[in-house]
Design a protein around this ligand. Structure first.
Ligand code: ADP
Length: 162
């Protein structure tokens, strides 16, 4: 029996991290031996938070999880997966609307490297409406983001807005 350690990559923009993302991080880190959170450094997406801020917010909220690392990446996800000796990509599915795009991405990544599996986690029902965009929209309009993002980063987010 093969007993190599199973490493997974959880990619995203995390602009900023939400409780939905954190839930996936906790569940995936419990299932895999090691989880790498890959923060996409994609200038085309024009993120509100710098890549350093996004990485630092994730690290702050996951400092109790021992088997994870948070890294930035550019370029093809499959290349980042291979560089890190990972064999799986973790994704969260919130609604049927996520499914079509994610199906396409999973098929593309499989085409690039058939050894890389995409593993989907169903979003917790309480986070099914939650996205980074909604958090930014609320914060920008002085709405209350408590409960939507980890308490530890509420001030970081609000400070960025004003
Ligand atoms: P968003 O879609 O909020 O802009 P990302 O691009 O950073 O966020 O998403 C990264 C990954 O996290 C994707 O697989 C996405 O489906 C998943 N995800 C995003 N929000 C949630 C949520 N509320 N619950 C579960 N998974 C989520």
């Amino acid at each position: 029996m093969e007993n190599s350690i199973k490493i997974a990559v959880y990619p995203g923009s995390f602009d900023p991290l939400t409780n939905g993302h954190l839930d996936i991080i906790r569940r995936a880190s419990a299932l895999f031996d090691y989880l790498i959170v890959g923060v996409l450094n994609n200038s085309a997406k024009n993120p509100l938070f710098t890549k350093e801020e996004r990485v630092s917010m994730i690290k702050k909220c996951t400092d109790d999880i021992k088997n994870i690392d948070v890294k930035m990446f550019n370029g093809l996800l499959v290349d980042f997966v291979k560089e890190n000796n990972a064999s799986a990509i973790v994704k969260g599915l919130r609604a049927v609307s996520d499914y079509e795009y994610e199906l396409q991405m999973a098929a593309l990544n499989k085409h690039i490297d058939r050894n890389v599996e995409t593993v989907f986690f169903m979003a917790d029902i309480q986070h099914s409406f939650l996205s980074s965009s909604i958090v930014k929209e609320l914060a920008r309009n002085h709405g209350n983001i408590r409960g939507l993002v980890p308490d530890k980063i509420i001030d970081d987010i609000m400070e960025k807005m004003y």
